[in-house]
Design a protein around this ligand. Structure first.
Ligand code: SF4
Length: 490
């Protein structure tokens, strides 16, 4: 039975979760000093208090403190300095050919929506900061007043973001916020990251952990469901939170930290289990870790002889493309064979910035596959899905999985009937390149794993002939029986 939660009128301006901290992972002597914020200010040091029950390190002081030098509130006073990425050249100013080329190059790599957004809300912010992934994380929109400044909120959104007890925090990078419609609460990207009171409704079929990941965790933060694969949850932080997240029970909850002790336990389990050939790093978003921390994890995994591949599941190229830097790709290249599953939701995510980030990953030799959750009113039409799969192919990402939305608590407004997924696959197969058609799967509640679903193209049998319907719904015969009489043709 649907259950309504109480509406809380109090508005909390305090961020409810924190970026991964410098000291969340003590990785030993071989690792460089933790990264500092763009101004050179160190990230706030957390108080680490071991928790015997969860073997994680809850952290009382991990909120990213406002930094007067780096934090730029939306609607901040304009900086008098011109910004080549957002401002037109001053009239009468002599411009060199190289400058024009550079302006064109940057403009080609910047979404027009993002340019307009920066001009309106972050005018004067140097490119260096905007393009710094740590700045994007430190300045993500995670308080009601910040969101209210950039969006005209609906009553449902306003109520939901003011709920201090929300399970999944609000978090949107300024970059991703630039792609949201300011006035249309029904816009796909906006619905995927801005909470509404629909999240307060619980259906009878829903559960916090419908896939029973907790039951299949031999050590904290490691899910071992299939014989040859393991899922390593490295942290619970994401730069941007998707409202339909399968792991909303943990992400942003500050319960899974990338502590050395916990990760070593998980890696020891993998090392002691020769049946495991494939490890998927997930969370939270592993690419929100620093290069050094990720390098440490990948190095440790690479020492395990029976591991054939390591995969990273991430939404970073879509929500924080600034994170994909030459330094990151240089580091990742050391750990081949390395694969990535990139999470995309809607064709509006296929921006020049994201295309550039995916290109860098592909150039580093990393095969890129996509994961997309089928979401009602966001991407549940053949037309939107066609745009998305072609957009991904243009970004060198192979559409891999289309997921039926899992029955997690508060996700009823996102779920479609399974028939909708089959209709979309029917609308893609034969009409778009075979490379553009993902596998549609239902992740079985109860921990049964992914079950692929396909429209049935069989139309019956006539004698030894199998009747098949093609993508245009025309029927063809295929000889498929023992009764065929051989004929000598020579
Ligand atoms: S990026 Fe992935 S883990 Fe993070 S909120 Fe979105 S779906 Fe969940």
């Amino acid at each position: 039975m649907p259950m309504q939660r109480q509406v809380h009128a109090e508005v909390s301006e305090k961020p409810r979760e924190a970026a991964p901290q410098a000291s969340d992972l003590q990785v030993g002597e071989n690792v460089e000093e933790p990264p500092s914020q763009p101004t050179g200010q160190p990230w706030p040091e957390p108080n680490v208090e071991p928790n015997a029950k969860t073997d994680v390190e809850p952290n009382a002081k991990t909120d990213v403190e406002p930094n007067a030098k780096t934090d730029v509130e939306p609607n901040a006073e304009p900086d008098p300095e011109p910004n080549p990425e957002t401002d037109a050249p001053e009239a009468g100013r002599i411009i060199r050919l190289e400058d024009v080329k550079e302006l064109r190059r940057r403009a080609a790599r910047t979404s027009p929506l993002t340019r307009a957004f920066r001009k309106r809300f972050y005018r004067g912010l140097p490119d260096k900061l905007w393009n710094d992934w740590k700045w994007q994380i430190a300045n993500r929109i995670n308080a009601p007043a910040q969101l209210e400044r950039i969006l005209t909120l609906s009553a449902s959104e306003r109520q939901a973001i003011s709920d201090p007890h929300a399970k999944l925090p609000l978090g949107i990078t300024p970059y991703y916020a630039s792609l949201l419609s300011a006035d249309d609460p029904a816009q796909g990207l906006r619905r995927s990251v801005v909470p509404t009171t629909s999240e307060w409704t619980r259906m009878a079929c829903e559960a916090d952990d419908p896939l029973h990941e907790e039951d299949q965790s031999p050590v904290p933060g490691l899910v071992h469901r299939y014989p040859d694969r393991a899922l390593l949850l490295v942290l619970d932080f994401c730069s941007t939170y998707c409202r339909y997240c399968t792991r909303s029970r943990i992400v942003g909850g500050r319960s899974i930290f990338p502590s050395r002790k916990r990760l070593e336990r998980a890696i020891d389990y993998i090392a002691a289990t020769p049946a495991i050939h494939d490890v998927i790093l997930s969370g939270g978003d592993p690419l929100t870790l620093s290069d050094d921390r990720l390098d440490w994890i990948l190095t440790r995994l690479r020492r395990i002889p029976h591991l054939d591949i390591v995969r990273i599941g991430t939404k970073v190229p879509a929500v924080l493309p600034q994170r994909v830097t030459p330094k990151l790709t240089r580091m990742l290249k050391k750990h081949h064979p390395l694969w990535m599953s990139l999470h995309f939701t809607h064709p509006d995510e296929c921006t020049p910035e994201t295309t550039h980030a995916c290109g860098m990953l592909a150039d580093a030799g990393i095969p890129l596959g996509s994961q997309t959750v089928l979401l009602s009113g966001i991407n549940d039409s053949v037309a939107v899905m066609k745009d998305l799969v072609y957009g991904m192919l243009r970004m060198r990402v192979r559409p891999y999985y289309l997921y039926q939305c899992d029955p997690i608590v508060g996700s009823g407004h996102f779920r479609t009937p399974v028939e909708k997924g089959l209709e979309i696959i029917r609308g893609l197969r034969g009409f778009v390149s075979g490379y553009a058609v993902p596998t549609y799967v239902v992740d079985a509640p109860g921990g049964g794993g992914k079950i692929p679903l396909m429209p049935d193209y069989r139309a019956g049998r006539e004698g030894d002939d199998l009747l098949l319907r093609n993508y245009e719904n025309r029927t063809f015969r295929y000889p498929d029986g023992p009764g065929q009489e051989p004929t000598i043709i020579l």
